[in-house]
Design a binder for this molecule. Structure first.
Ligand SMILES: Nc1ncnc2c1ncn2[C@@H]1O[C@H](COP(=O)(O)OP(=O)(O)O)[C@@H](O)[C@H]1O
Ligand SMILES: [Mg+2]
Length: 358
């Protein structure tokens, strides 16, 4: 007797959800990205109980007609790419058509949406991957998605969620990231009924950083810009050496306005500060890398938080070249980079001496 079976859709979706939906912040990430892709000028994020009980994202984007609102929850249903040739140059944040199907398979979801000029909006309710109903509703142009009781049907995963404070921290970080990457969009963030962030549309990153972090943070930042037009342009801000952080939490890295965690960029940043910051201390940074779409592969991670650069070798060679110019001064630059501190006396990355008297 044969033993291989094709999994039912809702099981396949739950499996996919294991990769896409790690915690409330990953749900919010997908929904905020959908709003941005829909051309929203205002996005409101509301959470309760660290996003486990409720996550609500509203936008004023293009919305969906009824057929699309239903189809959106199917796996691999997307309006953003048509064929494999489009994968080479993805200009939208989403494209895998998996997020809504995954989220709906592990939560209770209600979507209300309306397009420009439509006389009536559509409400779709779906629980644990099962469509409950599709009805008329009232909603201005745009979309509101409410996600309740995340992992209600997968107790094992629910148990892995961290404390309300931790999940709220991740959500706050996430909204901050998207607010920084999109100064032209107005954002609000409400936690347990209390509004914790409200930013109106800003003219540029500087104004947005001021809205989000305040004047003191901004006055410690140095503007950077550079790069190579065919490969990548870099712009943004980095902290002055006196500003010292013990984690990378204040490093905001974006590739084509997509927030990423990238080891290559993180390392390059640390490398640049190596002679001024001791080991274990990190600069703050808001760095935007703009690269031609075909130079970067965004389809290497289910949650799209990692990217691969086609010409990462160039970056690494550049990195090495700059690093080699910074050899230890005491031995005429003969020592291996990275083995001596700036004063040339310590084998650790930086000694107490150059920390205090550079
Ligand atoms: N907030 C929204 N506004 C308008 N359309 C949306 C919104 N969210 C989702 N959609 C539509 O639903 C489709 C499926 O969404 P999703 O599952 O996130 O896949 P993807 O974003 O990868 O296409 C999108 O391609 C888009 O057409
Ligand atoms: Mg999406």
């Amino acid at each position: 007797m044969s033993k291989i079976r094709v999994l039912a859709d809702h099981v396949a979706n739950q499996i996919a959800a294991g990769e896409v939906v790690e915690r409330p912040a990953s749900v919010a990430k997908e929904l905020v990205e959908n709003s941005i892709d829909a051309g929203a000028t205002r996005i409101a994020v509301e959470i309760e109980s660290g996003g486990r009980r409720l996550l609500k994202i509203s936008d004023d984007g293009e919305g969906m007609v009824r057929d699309d609102a239903v189809l959106a929850f199917e796996r691999h249903a997307t309006s953003k790419i048509h064929g494999s040739e489009d994968l080479a140059a993805i200009a939208t944040l989403g494209f895998r058509g998996e997020a809504l199907a995954s989220i709906a398979s592990v939560a209770k979801v209600e979507l209300v949406t309306s397009t420009e000029g439509a006389s009536i909006a559509t409400r779709v309710t779906i629980e644990g991957g099962r469509m409950r109903n599709v009805k008329d509703a009232a909603h201005p142009r745009g979309t509101t998605i409410v996600v309740r009781d995340l992992f209600f049907n997968i107790p094992a995963r629910r148990k892995f969620l961290r404390s309300e404070a931790t999940e709220t921290f991740h959500l706050t970080n996430l909204v901050t990231h998207y607010a920084l990457a999109h100064p032209e969009i107005a954002f609000t963030f409400t936690n347990n009924g209390r509004e914790v962030l409200r930013v109106t549309a800003a003219k540029d990153l500087r104004e947005r950083a001021y809205q989000v972090f305040g004047e003191e943070f901004l006055s410690n930042l140095l503007e950077v810009s550079g790069g190579h037009p065919q490969v990548a342009r870099i712009s943004g801000y980095v902290s002055a050496p006196r500003d010292r952080r013990t984690s990378r939490d204040s490093q905001y890295l974006f590739v084509n306005r997509r927030f990423v965690r990238d080891r290559l960029i993180g390392r390059a940043l640390s490398e640049g500060y190596r002679s001024i910051l001791p080991y274990g201390v990190y600069p703050a940074a808001l760095l935007f890398i703009e690269t031609p779409l075909e130079e970067v592969d965004v389809n290497v991670h289910p949650a799209k938080t990692e990217v691969r650069f086609r010409r990462s070798g160039i970056g690494q060679r550049r990195l090495r070249a700059t690093r080699d110019q910074r050899k230890s001064p005491r031995d005429g630059g003969r020592s291996k980079p990275g083995r001596y501190c700036r004063s040339g006396i310590s084998r650790v990355r930086c000694c107490v001496r150059c920390y205090w008297s550079p």
